[in-house]
Design a protein around this ligand. Structure first.
Ligand code: GLY
Length: 373
């Protein structure tokens, strides 16, 4: 039996999906050329298509369309594609995040509606992502121009969610780049105990890995909760595409680290340095990404293990809807409160990626959902 068929809170999930659609519907005309990112006072403002997050609202529109069958959610399909093609042509803010950006806009459009324009633009984006591959070091450079020297080059754990764009092309050279990057990250960003560094400094001239550093975590040697969630979901996805058993092992063990660091209510603090005994603020977006990772893992592990993951996923979803819903905040256009971008920039706010992954989790828990990744 598929894990979603065993899910026990289907009515609650359907209610949450309906709520998400109501929120999206209210915002549909507001986010056509500019998109939500992190809220201020639990309300988003439209931001130029220059951030790593510009595609998440569009991904939510495709989810809403798939769930409801209502084509109103596709009203701005053409505008979205044009906005994303413009960004590529003008090379505006190009980084490893091409994966997030073009998977949830153009690939999703192609997968959901069959629109060949979505496929064409996504393939252009994959080509540009492949240009960030360093042959010697077998990694994809996260940020900055290509060609900049040490010590300005990093790989980061978030890239694991950008790899599916390369795998999806079905082109052997791009799939090999993605797999090689995942292997390099497993040797560097993933520590021997399956906790993760947020970033790792690389020397692009020699390809040598230098040392682990944090960017959004509490300290270099701590575990940034969202980074650990990217590792769980990202390695599960890399396993789906490659069948490489090493990737499944990383995803499973990274999930155990996450489970072992869950507070009582199963919504993590932003860094695992913090606990119920030593609390700080939480990151609901890390929770929703982690749930998607667990649900993806369920497809690849024995039934008993999948049942255990489902239990954890459902407990986290219960906390999210009961304690962190924007239902209690009139005028909010987000779904989940208490997400975090940086500790000192966008904390205790709605985050559009947290909302997207929450909605993706709801889809995964209610039906046989075909992923956009
Ligand atoms: N990928 C950027 C972040 O997780 O904040």
């Amino acid at each position: 039996m598929e894990v979603w068929e065993k899910s026990v809170y289907k009515k609650d999930y359907e209610r949450e999906l309906q709520y998400a659609e109501d929120i999206i519907m209210k915002s549909l005309n507001r986010y056509v050329w500019e998109y939500p990112h992190v809220s201020t006072g639990n309300r988003y403002v439209p931001e130029k298509n220059e951030l790593w997050t510009s595609s998440f609202f569009i991904g939510m529109c495709f989810l809403a369309y798939e769930h409801s069958g209502d084509s109103i959610f596709l009203t701005y399909e053409k505008e979205y594609l044009q906005s994303f093609e413009d960004r590529l042509i003008k090379k505006r803010h190009i980084s490893h995040d091409l994966g997030f950006l073009y998977t949830l806009s153009c690939v999703a459009d192609y997968k959901v509606t069959g629109n060949p324009e979505g496929k064409r633009i996504a393939l252009m984006a994959a080509e540009m992502l492949a240009e960030r591959y360093n042959e010697k070091g077998r990694y994809i450079q996260a940020w900055g121009e290509m060609g900049i020297p040490y010590p300005n080059v990093k790989i980061i754990i978030d890239t694991m969610l950008n790899l599916p764009l390369l795998y999806w092309t079905g082109e052997a050279d791009k799939a090999a780049m993605a797999e090689n990057h995942a292997e390099t990250a497993a040797r560097t960003l993933v520590r021997p105990d399956y906790t993760t560094y947020h970033t790792y400094l690389m020397d692009p001239a020699t390809g040598k890995a230098v040392c682990g550093k944090t960017h959004q975590g509490h300290r270099d040697e701590s575990v940034w909760a969202r980074g650990q969630a990217w590792a769980v979901y990202g390695y599960a996805l890399s396993y789906r595409y490659t069948g490489n058993p090493g990737f499944l092992k990383v995803a499973e063990n990274a999930a155990e680290v996450f489970i072992g660091n869950m507070p009582e209510n199963r919504v993590p603090y932003w860094d695992f340095d913090f606990t119920d005994e030593n609390p700080d603020i939480r990151d609901t977006s890390a929770a929703s990404i982690f749930v998607c990772g667990l649900l993806e893992l369920c497809a690849h592990v024995p039934e008993e293990q999948a049942d255990r993951y489902l239990c954890y996923a459902e407990a986290t979803m219960k906390s999210l809807r009961e304690q962190y819903s924007t239902r209690q905040i009139p005028g909010s256009d987000g779904l989940l409160t208490e997400g975090m971008y940086h500790r000192n920039d966008g904390a205790e706010e709605c985050t559009i990626w947290g909302d997207y992954f929450y909605m993706e989790a709801l889809m995964r828990l209610t039906r046989d959902w075909k992923m956009y990744w």
